[in-house]
Design a binder for this molecule. Structure first.
Ligand code: GRF
Length: 223
């Protein structure tokens, strides 16, 4: 993806705790992910994700949506800063705002999101509660290319967890969070290396159309 053998540059958008950001930072630091996080961008000034970035020496910036006339103006400000960081790949890691399709378009194929469900099931919010209510026996997380279609871009990879008798939202969310980090690191590595690409709205792996998303195994690799 970086094209010339240089270290791929990653920009991360995050609104919350930033545990997925931390997974990326740790993987870059210990060599599991051949990439560098070059900037963290948030819509919440108090997001713990920002402190994680600063602790790792990564520039972090935030903007308050209330300071902008509308979503387009907010997105323009955030993505001007993202572009200034010259990322090869943009990772939405718990970024809880919709991004306008116009702003997404130039990044299509280079922007991914981690979503806490097995897409295409449970797009949008409150995924764990909806999985429980639907009686799902298996739940999980997906990393997908971001397109103008909310949570609808081609899925690169997924990780599954069982839904256990007696699970409440917190228990299920914790189980899913436990597999998200390895999933995000592994899927981001595929995009950074150019092995996973978005072509004609479909996932291509190693240059060929994929018939299904990759599935993370218990060992952390892909089936
Ligand atoms: C994750 O569960 C992610 O799937 C969802 O938001 C959560 C972010 O967690 N979109 P964190 O901020 O990375 O800890």
């Amino acid at each position: 993806m970086a094209g010339d053998g240089a270290t791929p540059r990653i920009a991360v958008l995050a609104s919350g705790q930033g545990s997925n950001l931390q997974a990326l930072l740790d993987a870059c630091a210990d060599g599991r992910l051949h990439a560098a996080v070059v900037g963290v961008f948030s819509d919440r000034a108090g997001a713990p994700a920002l402190a994680r970035a600063e602790a790792a020496g990564v520039p972090a910036q935030s903007w308050s949506p209330a300071d902008f006339a509308d979503r387009a103006a907010f997105d323009d400000a955030v993505f001007a800063a993202v572009a200034a960081a010259r990322p090869d790949v943009v990772v939405c890691a718990g970024y809880m705002r919709l991004i306008g399709a116009d702003v997404v378009a130039p990044w299509q194929g280079r922007m991914v999101n981690i979503h806490p469900s097995l897409l295409p099931r449970f797009k949008g919010l409150r995924t764990h509660a909806r999985a429980l209510r639907a009686g799902a026996r298996v739940h999980g997380a997906s990393v997908h290319f971001v397109t103008g279609d909310l949570d609808g871009g081609a899925v690169i990879a997924q990780a599954r967890v069982p839904v256990l008798a007696g699970d409440d939202v917190e228990a299920l969310a914790a189980r899913v969070r436990g597999i998200e980090h390895a999933l995000l690191v592994a899927a981001t590595a595929l995009v950074c290396s150019g092995r996973a690409m978005l072509c004609d709205d479909r996932l291509h792996l190693d240059g060929a159309p994929a018939t299904a998303p990759l599935q993370l195994t218990a060992k952390g690799g892909f089936a």
